[in-house]
Design a protein around this ligand. Structure first.
Ligand SMILES: Nc1nc2c(ncn2[C@@H]2O[C@H](COP(=O)(O)OP(=O)(O)O)[C@@H](O)[C@H]2O)c(=O)[nH]1
Ligand SMILES: [Mg+2]
Length: 295
């Protein structure tokens, strides 16, 4: 008889190393939004992969970063660190050829870990001369006693299957904790808001801070079409103008791209209506964070 295995795998690392991209690659669908900008992932997101007698529950976390000035940043750091004691396996992700202060900060948090830690050296596709990787791996392996080291590329799916196999082998024996057809712990409502936020982040430059948020106002079925109304909250009038764009072009583009992803998520046609509204300095206000469901 085959034993059932099930466990939690935490993906941690500084912002932008590719944690959410890896989760999506493993799950084969968009569970967690990604972008070139740090702080795209704000909450803990589970991606659940079930295969025969194995259930691997991946936890995507916001990146751990230095800035602790704002309530949102403190909250995200707390979230990212809190998964360390409970995980059965920890995936510590860095970028190929780079090890900076913020990576060191994450590594320090791992000193208290009891679970095996895999070092994932992501974005190896960006390294032209693969010979450069070897000394980098050597340098890294002297910093911590990693259970495994995997050079990978999450976007090119390089070495990801091998990584999964190594993970499955180490999962503790136990019954599955989620139904086998469930792939995330998040509601459709949350995922819809996240997909809109992804398009927003990608469509705007540095002038739109990560503090911008999306609230789903209503989801209603009307004449066989799902009508979704969402508010994009910004901090200033100027930011509202940027999000809307010249003659509404940018908002229209955000809406079109988000609609396509949402239709894929829900597997049905939708009608999406986006509003942009101004809310004062909510990042620095714990109560406002709470009212939007972040605390
Ligand atoms: N070249 C390359 N880019 C990657 C790879 N993995 C992720 N990225 C990019 O790195 C950026 C940050 O990825 P994301 O998953 O949002 O990082 P996170 O903040 O750690 O979750 C995005 O623009 C991704 O497309 C990779 O294997 N190779
Ligand atoms: Mg992320």
């Amino acid at each position: 008889m085959n034993l059932s295995r099930c466990g939690y795998i935490a993906i941690i690392g500084r912002p932008n190393v590719g944690k959410s991209t890896l989760l999506n690659a493993i799950l084969g669908k968009k569970i967690s939004i990604t972008s070139r900008k740090p702080q795209t992932t704000r909450s803990q997101i589970l991606g659940i992969k079930s295969l025969d007698n194995i259930q691997a529950i991946f936890i995507d976390t916001p990146g751990i970063h230095k800035q602790e000035k704002f309530a949102m940043n403190r909250y995200m750091n707390r979230l990212a660190s809190s998964v360390i004691p409970d995980a059965d396996i920890i995936l510590f992700m860095i970028e190929a050829g780079r090890f900076q202060e913020e990576d060191e900060l994450v590594l320090q948090k791992l000193q208290s870990a009891h679970a095996p830690v895999f070092l994932l050296i992501n974005k190896v596709d960006t390294i032209k001369d693969k010979n450069q990787l070897l000394p980098f791996i050597e340098k890294m392996s002297s910093k911590y006693s990693f259970a495994n080291i995997f050079p990978i590329s999450a976007t090119k799916m390089k070495n990801v299957t091998e990584l999964e196999k190594a993970i499955f082998k180490l999962l503790p024996e136990g019954p599955h904790l989620f139904p086998d057809d469930q792939t995330t712990d998040k509601t459709d409502r949350f995922q819809i808001a996240e997909l809109i936020r992804e398009k927003l982040i990608r469509a705007t430059g540095q002038e739109i801070p990560y503090s911008t948020t999306v609230e789903i106002e209503s989801i209603k079925e009307e004449k066989k079409l799902l009508h979704i109304s969402a508010i994009i909250w910004v901090e200033r009038e100027g930011q509202k103008a940027i999000v809307i764009g010249k003659e509404g072009e940018r908002l229209k583009k955000i809406g079109t791209l988000a609609r396509k992803d949402i239709e894929q998520l829900l597997n049905q046609k939708i009608f999406l209506r986006l509003w942009v509204k101004v809310k004062d300095r909510w990042t620095d206000d714990e109560r406002a964070l709470q009212s939007l469901g972040y605390l």
